[in-house]
Design a protein around this ligand. Structure first.
Ligand code: ZN
Length: 115
């Protein structure tokens, strides 16, 4: 749910066209009011909620890709997760998860390399 500060137009996020996906790696999405064209930012709490959802999906994806041994992909996702965690959600569990996954991949890759 978004609301325009200028004209008071309120509605679902989809009603507000996206101007800029993100200002920073996980900063607020920039939308535009469909009524008066004023810039409307996604609210901080909502943004954080979205980042948490995204982090959850990414951790599931990490496990999936890991089982397929797609380690290069996994590394990219871990990088993104660590960015989200550093500048938005600051979750202790998540940083542990990232650390564990990094060492898991390192081991898995050295085992593969020795064959
Ligand atoms: Zn407006």
């Amino acid at each position: 749910m978004l609301e325009c500060d200028k004209c008071g137009f309120k509605g679902e996020n989809q009603l507000f066209p996206l101007v800029n996906k993100r200002l920073t790696c996980c900063g607020p999405e920039v939308h535009k009011c469909p009524n008066c064209d004023t810039t409307v930012m996604l609210d901080f709490i909502e943004q954080q909620k979205q980042n948490e959802e995204r982090a959850k999906k990414l951790t599931i994806l990490v496990k999936e890709l890991e089982s397929k041994k797609e380690y290069t992909q996994v590394k990219k996702i871990l990088q993104e997760l660590s960015n989200i965690n550093k500048c938005s959600i600051h979750n202790e569990e998540l940083s542990k998860f990232i650390k564990n996954e990094h060492s898991f991949i390192k081991n898995a890759q050295s085992i593969t390399a020795s064959f």
